[in-house]
Design a protein around this ligand. Structure first.
Ligand SMILES: NC(=O)c1ccc[n+]([C@@H]2O[C@H](COP(=O)([O-])OP(=O)(O)OC[C@H]3O[C@@H](n4cnc5c(N)ncnc54)[C@H](OP(=O)(O)O)[C@@H]3O)[C@@H](O)[C@H]2O)c1
Length: 296
């Protein structure tokens, strides 16, 4: 095992984290934190009163959103803009993001940036551009389903698995790594990822969506890990879910077969309310759109 790097080096591994790793994952996790079966971070008694206070987004808060050009990402941008926040709205092809361009034209607090979350160099370049600038909420929204037809056992499309994992799992953790100092330097200090109830192993009833479900279960684990990692730095990590929502994500004919399907403006508002609920004490939790806590 190599020596830990200094805090100002890129790896960001400090002595305590290095020692925890050396002591073994099980011992480190048990010593630092326990997570119960209900998808909720446990609540050790050593939280300061301010760590239990919810930190809502308000005018002037700065939010970085991935996949902000359409669907839920666009809805996040639209509704956060109404709160007079400052938004870094990222998307893969800004030239084609007409609705987002129009939104930005009406809201000077919105800046559009080109970002593909599978392009790790692109992420680093954007982080370099914003170095030293606080970001209150890093919102990992971009995600893909992979197509139900590619995830049928017996006809599994294996290359699609890697695409889904790249967007839904690698992208979010790389964003958190690249922008961690921006979040640490902010007032709200939140790293939020849009997960899905499909990532809940406890809730699986029917076999389907092998790739997508695996990706959301995996990103849940990444973020629980990260919540532990960042706790000492007072950074809050959270998972939110929108429920089945009428975006391009659920194409026809599936969409009309879901009578309870939700509208994007409602789903985004529900997630924004849950993003506000996060505190250091409940960091690492898995909040469903209806304010309940999903089981892992
Ligand atoms: N809709 C639902 O029912 C539902 C339910 C549970 C969870 N979710 C989650 O909610 C999040 C948003 O979904 P949505 O419903 O808004 O889906 P959507 O309408 O299909 O939008 C997906 C967004 O992700 C972006 N994206 C895809 N690959 C990307 C990449 N490599 N780099 C950057 N951006 C990328 C898309 O950009 P392009 O336009 O460039 O493709 C688009 O902006 C996802 O994480 C999804 O898993 C959705």
């Amino acid at each position: 095992m190599t020596k830990p790097h200094d805090d100002n080096e890129q790896s960001h591994v400090d002595r305590r984290e290095f020692m925890a790793a050396a002591a073994g994952m099980a011992a480190a996790v048990l010593a630092a934190h326990e997570t119960n079966a209900a998808g909720h971070a446990s609540t050790p008694a050593n939280f300061a009163p301010e760590d239990r206070v919810a930190r809502p987004v308000s005018a002037g808060s700065r939010i970085l959103i991935t996949g902000a050009n359409r669907g839920l990402g666009f809805e996040f941008a639209r509704q956060y803009a109404e709160l007079d926040t400052r938004i870094i709205a990222t998307c893969r092809t800004p030239d084609k993001a007409t609705a987002l361009q129009e939104l930005a034209a009406d809201n000077p607090g919105i800046v559009i940036e080109k970002l593909d979350v599978t392009d790790l160099e692109n992420i680093d370049e954007l982080a370099t551009k914003y170095a030293g600038e606080p970001i209150d909420v890093l919102l990992n929204n971009a995600g893909i389903g992979g197509g139900a037809e590619n995830q049928i056992f017996g006809k599994l499309n294996y290359p699609v698995f890697f695409e889904v994992m790249s967007v839904n799992v690698v992208g979010p953790i790389k964003m958190c790594e690249a922008f961690r100092k921006n979040v640490e330097a902010s007032n709200l200090k939140k790293m939020i990822t849009v997960s899905s109830s499909q990532g809940s192993i406890a809730e699986v009833m029917m076999p389907m969506l092998y790739w997508y479900r695996s990706s959301k279960a995996a990103v849940n684990m990444q973020m629980v890990n990260l919540a532990l990692q960042m706790r000492r730095r007072k950074v809050i990590v959270g998972l939110v879910t929108p429920g089945a929502t009428a975006t391009d994500f659920i194409p026809e004919p599936f969409r009309s077969r879901i009578p309870s399907i939700r509208q994007p403006e409602v789903a985004a508002a529900d997630m924004m309310r849950n993003i506000d609920r996060f505190t250091l004490e409940n960091s690492g939790s898995y909040f469903n759109y209806d304010d309940t806590v999903l089981p892992w």
